[in-house]
Design a protein around this ligand. Structure first.
Ligand code: ZN
Length: 136
């Protein structure tokens, strides 16, 4: 596995609207998309910074993963996402190296990407996402 770049950085926020205004007003970035990912109980807002995105994440339910993360650790950086070529192969490789996988197989994430998470216990405390554009 060799990530090609940091695809995005996921940031957990309590109020998406406020956070969008902050990124627009302070950094002058433009929110180009808001998307709800129902099975993750999350609403996301995207900003492009060079070839890397900032993905703001607001929970749509008190029992969603983002709500639980904010409860435990407060708002802030939630995960880092590496773009890889060959997501399944990369997951298999990580598993072979003894990394604990949250997703053994890719699933659908925001922006139409195929995604999978590695467990932070195996990645020095950083929830790490691998993602790949579906082949078209
Ligand atoms: Zn992500």
């Amino acid at each position: 596995m060799k990530p090609t770049h940091i695809e995005h950085i996921g940031i957990a926020v309590e109020n998406l609207e406020d956070a969008i205004k902050f990124y627009e007003n302070v950094f002058g970035l433009e929110c180009y998309k808001i998307e709800e990912v129902a099975d993750q109980k999350v609403k996301t807002a995207f900003f492009m910074v060079g070839q890397t995105k900032i993905e703001l994440l607001e929970s749509t339910s008190p029992d969603g993963p983002i709500a639980r993360s904010i409860e435990k650790k407060g708002p802030g950086i939630h995960h880092i996402a590496f773009a890889v070529n060959g997501l399944q192969k990369s997951l298999d490789h990580a598993a072979e190296k003894g990394v604990q996988l949250i997703d053994k197989q890719p699933r659908k994430g925001a922006e139409g990407l195929n995604i999978a998470f590695l467990h932070p216990k195996s990645t020095y405390g950083v929830l790490t996402e691998l993602c790949e554009h579906p082949k078209d």
